[in-house]
Design a protein around this ligand. Structure first.
Ligand SMILES: Nc1ncnc2c1ncn2[C@@H]1O[C@H](COP(=O)(O)OP(=O)(O)OP(=O)(O)O)[C@@H](O)[C@H]1O
Ligand SMILES: [Mg+2]
Length: 267
């Protein structure tokens, strides 16, 4: 089932197009990593999928919403179906693990019960289950500022799960973590991708994790997608092309797209 369809999309800020002529099709259950040099537009693409970035031209369809012509109320509904995870976790650190996870269920709990931290049995049970999925059920009453970075990121994942999202967008989820914590976070993402069929799209700087955990890799350079394929197609030569610097341009015959349309440009 196609969840995201991007046709001829350009995204950017003010008058500046950062990404151009994007063509991507994402199926339910994909686990995609976006790689590329710093400042090339990985975060812009990810946040574009959340309807946060200006669309210059083209079409962006996500979960049956046409984001290129969406109204504010529809955008709110779309965002409630997409979980977002950031490098810096974005938790309320003085609150407990439990209350942070509960904040992902705000629209189900209601604003007033959430403010006074009144959850019913079913809600407590669900919060516990989400904490368990990320291996933090024993820490559930701890304040988040007592946790390690890796644990905080796992709370952020549990909070995203509490939204019951169909898609999770993760912007550099492991960049500030040590290798052991990073691996644990990638394992959890992989597990929720497989077990619950949640589509995950994650920006990553660590190519070896992208290769190991993801089903598909998208490489960005020069404001365009220059690679879109399975991890085993990501050769060292391809990595060099994706990370090419100093204004060396990719021509149309230097683009390797194995997924989405057009199916194979230059295989
Ligand atoms: N809010 C903004 N307003 C204007 N320009 C922006 C804004 N955010 C990002 N940019 C510019 O858009 C370009 C792409 O930035 P983006 O953050 O998407 O890159 P990135 O690939 O995620 O980089 P990194 O790997 O460092 O996170 C950069 O030139 C950046 O300066
Ligand atoms: Mg970024």
């Amino acid at each position: 089932m196609v969840q995201i369809e991007i046709n001829g999309l350009s995204l950017g800020y003010g008058a500046r197009k950062v990404l151009q002529d994007l063509n991507v099709r994402v199926n339910k259950g994909d686990f995609i990593s976006i790689i590329g040099p710093s400042g090339e537009g990985k975060t812009t693409l990810l946040m574009g999928l959340n309807g946060t970035i200006k669309i210059f031209e083209g079409e962006l369809h996500i979960l049956d919403y046409a984001v290129h012509k969406i109204t504010n109320s529809s955008l709110k509904r779309l965002r409630s179906r997409i979980g977002v995870i950031f490098q810096t976790f974005n938790l309320v650190k003085r609150m407990s693990v439990l209350d942070n996870i509960a904040s992902g269920m705000l629209c189900k709990i209601g604003l007033i019960p959430a403010i006074i931290k009144y959850y019913n049995h079913e809600q407590y049970f669900k919060i516990y289950e989400y904490a368990k999925i990320v291996g933090l059920e024993k820490e559930i009453l701890k304040r988040c500022d007592m946790l390690s970075g890796g644990q905080m990121q796992r709370v952020a994942i549990a909070r995203a799960l509490a939204q019951e999202p169909e898609i999770i967008l993760a912007d550099e989820p492991i960049s500030s973590l040590d290798p052991v914590s990073a691996r644990k976070v990638m394992e959890i993402l992989k597990n929720i991708n497989k077990k619950y069929g949640i589509t995950i799209i994650s920006n990553l700087h660590q190519i070896h994790y992208a290769r190991e955990y993801c089903s598909r890799i998208i490489g960005i350079n020069g404001g365009r997608i220059v690679f879109d394929g399975a991890p085993d197609l990501l050769t060292d030569d391809m990595i060099e092309r994706i990370y090419r610097r100093n204004g060396e341009q990719h021509g149309d015959d230097d683009v390797y797209v194995y997924y989405s349309e057009p199916a194979v440009v230059n295989a």
